[in-house]
Design a binder for this molecule. Structure first.
Ligand code: FAD
Length: 86
């Protein structure tokens, strides 16, 4: 998804929705994965970098445009047809 957005950006096109899709998917996955890692490792999470990932991941869904805004940008692009569905 990231390479798809980057490749389109390299061609000079606007990639608001494509970049939004990549950052939205990656940041939500980071939140889910770091939470699962905390659950799996429990008290041992502090011995690895898991606690740090768990703290850092939510920022990825807020900074440089929240994921709520990303969803709005993506939805507008899909409805307008500027990004093909499927
Ligand atoms: C730890 C941390 C570090 C940060 N560091 C930086 C930094 O280094 N540089 C920088 O520039 N900024 C930084 N920010 C600021 C961050 O980019 C903003 O917090 C973010 O863009 C949201 O803006 P806001 O706080 O004004 O929230 P608002 O725009 O007031 O939004 C509040 C809530 O409403 C939602 N919302 C707003 N409008 C809509 C809409 N139209 N549709 C649906 N939902 C909507 C938002 O998603 C959010 O959940 C940081 C924030 C945090 C928490």
């Amino acid at each position: 998804m990231t390479y798809w957005a980057a490749s389109k950006a390299d061609s000079g096109a606007r990639v608001d929705a494509e970049a939004g899709m990549a950052t939205y998917f990656a940041s939500e996955t980071a939140i889910t994965a770091s939470l699962e890692a905390m659950r799996v490792h429990g008290g041992y999470a502090s011995e690895f970098n898991i606690e740090r990932y768990y703290r850092d991941a939510p920022l990825m869904s807020i900074g440089e445009g929240t994921n709520d805004i990303m969803r709005t940008v993506i939805a507008k692009a899909l409805v307008s047809g500027s990004v093909p569905v499927g």
